[in-house]
Design a protein around this ligand. Structure first.
Ligand SMILES: [Zn+2]
Length: 192
């Protein structure tokens, strides 16, 4: 199921729309100093997505404070880009999940479809089960996820806690993860 979603440009279009909303919220909130934000987006060459993603995927939204002497950077959270990882967030989550469970997708299949090799898959697993599992975000957020998801079940267990079909689960988990996608922007509570 996740394989189909990962190849569907409509799924990525939904994520792009959500990112647009997140960026607008961050921009409207302004800089921590109270100054207005100017657009200063980063070029990206994300890997792992299907053909025909559109030009929007070549950019990660970001802003700079317009106040002379501040110029602080504000990068809005994202459901498309998981921090600085080169692969799209959806790929890092769902391809990792595909390697878990009772019938894991074969490495060769994942490599052919997404260009992700065994070493990268291992690195992602370690990231999920160590850095993510032991990090402050998951330690604070895991109590909201029931039934309990153990570090060993990450990320598949987390994805499966979201209701709906594969696309809904994908959107749900990527929305849930947005706080870890930026270190320079905290959206006001209740705004998302
Ligand atoms: Zn500022």
């Amino acid at each position: 199921m996740y394989l189909k979603v990962l190849g569907d440009v409509r799924f990525y279009a939904i994520l792009e729309q959500i990112d647009g909303e997140l960026a607008e919220l961050a921009r409207a909130q302004g800089c921590r100093c109270g100054g207005p934000l100017h657009r200063a987006r980063y070029p990206r060459k994300p890997r792992g997505g299907p053909v025909g993603l559109g030009a929007g995927y070549e950019w990660r939204e970001s802003y700079c404070c317009a106040v002379e002497g501040c110029r602080r950077r504000t990068t809005p959270p994202s459901v498309r880009f998981l921090g600085r990882k080169v692969y799209l967030g959806a790929v890092v989550v769902l391809v990792s999940a595909l390697r878990q469970g009772p019938n894991p997708t074969r490495v060769r299949v994942l490599h052919d479809l997404f260009g992700v090799g065994e070493r990268t898959l291992r690195r992602w697993r370690q990231w999920w089960q160590r850095r993510f599992a032991e990090g402050p975000f998951w330690r604070a957020a895991r109590g909201r996820v029931l039934p309990v998801v153990t570090a060993r079940d990450l990320p598949r267990g987390l994805v499966e806690r979201f209701a709906g079909g594969a696309a809904d689960q994908g959107c749900g988990v990527l929305r849930f993860l947005w706080p870890i996608t930026t270190g320079s922007c905290v959206l006001a509570k209740g705004s998302f």
